[in-house]
Write a protein that binds this ligand. Structure first.
Ligand SMILES: [Fe+2]
Length: 255
């Protein structure tokens, strides 16, 4: 049996090595705990058995385990500027069998590591068995839900200068075109602030489960994220309206 109480204690023990007075560290601790809960909710919605629900919940807790070393050593959460935090998460769990602190049995190790490795990739690797793929999808959905939460409820990217960049910005043609095709946008290296927001909204096209679509709608995440800004350029105002319409039509179709 998976002991989630013990796993959470071990997690809190691990993160106590990092300074939670740093807002970035604090944020990732709480992100991990929220994603743990969201993973459990998604797993329950899929009518999985108790052990499977606990496994999904544990993956949610551990998926960002590499974020703490990443911020400590590089002062960034950008994988481009540091390391791939999915791959590094697997390495951290493998080192000295650290994973055993969180789960006694080793029978789920491959599922846990594969889900964590894939959670931050643009697409999940090919050739996974159905069961592993399901756990990989659950963590992707749960993580996205919390990204939407953070983007709509917490003021993330937003220094005054960045707000100005969004409000005076023009959305790139290729970002809009990808969005219109109902596809998740692939991040360009030097994306603008306004494009980064459109990219987050495009995560709805990389979402898997009914529960997740419903959660996005119930929380009105799309409007909350987009309506934070007072867009100055007329063309952008029209594009934002279009994006909202495409997003809500898509989400409503999925529930
Ligand atoms: Fe992550």
């Amino acid at each position: 049996m998976i002991d989630l109480k013990k796993a959470k204690e071990e997690f809190m023990n691990y993160v106590s090595n990092y300074d939670d007075k740093e807002s970035s560290i604090y944020r990732k601790i709480h992100h991990s705990i929220r994603v743990m809960e969201l993973s459990r909710e998604i797993a329950e919605s899929l009518n999985l058995n108790e052990e499977e629900i606990k496994l999904a919940t544990l993956i949610g807790l551990l998926h960002d385990i590499a974020r703490f070393e990443q911020f400590k050593n590089y002062r960034t959460f950008s994988d481009y500027k540091s390391f791939d935090h999915g791959d590094m998460g697997v390495q951290i769990l493998e080192k000295d069998n650290f994973i055993r602190k969180f789960i006694e049995t080793d029978e789920y190790d491959e599922i846990i590591k594969t889900a964590i490795k894939n959670h931050n990739k643009f697409s999940i690797e090919e050739g996974l068995d159905e069961n592993t793929l399901m756990f990989a999808k659950i963590i992707k959905d749960a993580d996205k839900l919390d990204i939407f939460y953070e983007a709509s409820e917490l003021m993330l990217w937003h220094t005054d200068e960045e707000i100005k960049q969004v409000e005076e910005g023009i959305i790139s043609e290729n970002y809009i075109n990808t969005f219109k095709k109902h596809e998740c946008i692939f991040r360009e290296k030097d994306q603008t602030k306004i494009d980064s927001i459109i990219l987050v909204i495009s995560f709805i096209f990389d979402t898997n489960f009914k529960y997740t679509f419903k959660y996005i709608l119930d929380n009105n995440f799309v409007n909350k994220i987009l309506d934070k800004f007072d867009y100055k350029v007329e063309k952008t105002q029209k594009q934002i309206e279009l994006i909202e319409k495409i997003a809500y039509d898509y989400l409503n179709e999925k529930i």
